[in-house]
Design a protein around this ligand. Structure first.
Ligand code: 13P
Length: 248
């Protein structure tokens, strides 16, 4: 049985002061011993949030990372910086980074390898646009994102990673994919992992659904055989996140 993983993605929200207050509010609400609970927070919030979650079941993730070790890359954050600060997970290739900051799957692949080298667990995002869904190329597109993202990554490393399927048209729109749509793509991702590696790796890897997850739809989504939890935006910034984490 794969352990569920429910992660909040705060995106560009919460000043350091606000972040600590939110953690204090959510700490007692997100206790679920059957799931890994992760708060992925803006870089500047990492240090105070790591301090604030001490003694709780919450682990901290970053929202991005650069693929070089160190040097003249103004404004970027290195994997060693994240590890030293107490970060365990890192979101890579979120559709907002692909769209607004022109990240390619090749960039994401470089970041995946570098994160794994440093012992960070990547949460690699993939997802189709509404146009792609309407064109009927969703599964082809997702398979391509996964195949390029995992290029030259060993099976043992791949098994540790998390993939978040986030249809772009469902992000921040209140328009959740139907349970069937979400399960269909998550299953296709698992099949793709089996194709690249083997059944054991496909069974081990955790696949989340993301896109307007809330207290009302989490239980049904997370009950699907290939959905191992969620990557949650808007609802992770309020008390409602407690209901998403404790969805049963
Ligand atoms: P929403 O939950 O706000 O739709 O955001 C989803 C998301 O992008 C998480 O990474």
């Amino acid at each position: 049985m794969r352990r569920k993983i429910i992660a909040g993605n705060w995106k560009m929200n919460m000043t350091p002061g606000e972040a600590v207050k939110l953690v204090e509010e959510l700490k007692p609400l997100v206790k679920n011993e059957e799931a890994d609970v992760v708060f992925c927070v803006p870089a500047i919030d990492i240090v105070p949030v790591v301090e604030a979650v001490k003694g709780s079941n919450i682990e901290v993730g970053a929202e991005n990372m650069y693929f070089e070790e160190k040097g003249a890359y103004t404004g970027e954050i290195s994997p060693a910086m994240l590890v030293d600060a107490g970060v365990k997970y890192v979101i890579l290739g979120h559709s907002e980074r692909r769209d607004y900051f022109h990240e390619t799957s090749e960039d994401v692949n470089k970041k995946m390898k570098k994160a794994l080298e440093h012992g960070l667990v990547p949460i690699m995002c993939c997802g189709e646009s509404l146009t792609q869904r309407e064109q009927g190329i969703t599964l082809d597109w997702i398979r391509q994102q996964v195949k390029v993202g995992y290029q030259d990554i060993a099976a043992a490393d791949a098994a540790k990673t998390v993939i978040a399927y986030e249809p772009i048209w469902a992000i921040g729109t209140g328009k959740t994919a139907t349970t069937e749509q979400a399960e269909e793509v998550c299953k296709a991702i698992r099949d793709c992992i089996a194709e690249i590696y083997d059944e054991a790796t496909a069974e081990a890897i955790r696949i989340q659904y993301g896109g307007s997850v809330n207290a009302g739809n989490a239980a049904e989504l997370f009950a699907q055989p290939d959905i191992d939890g969620g990557l949650v935006g808007g609802a992770s910034l309020k008390a409602e996140f407690g209901k998403v984490v404790c969805y049963k």
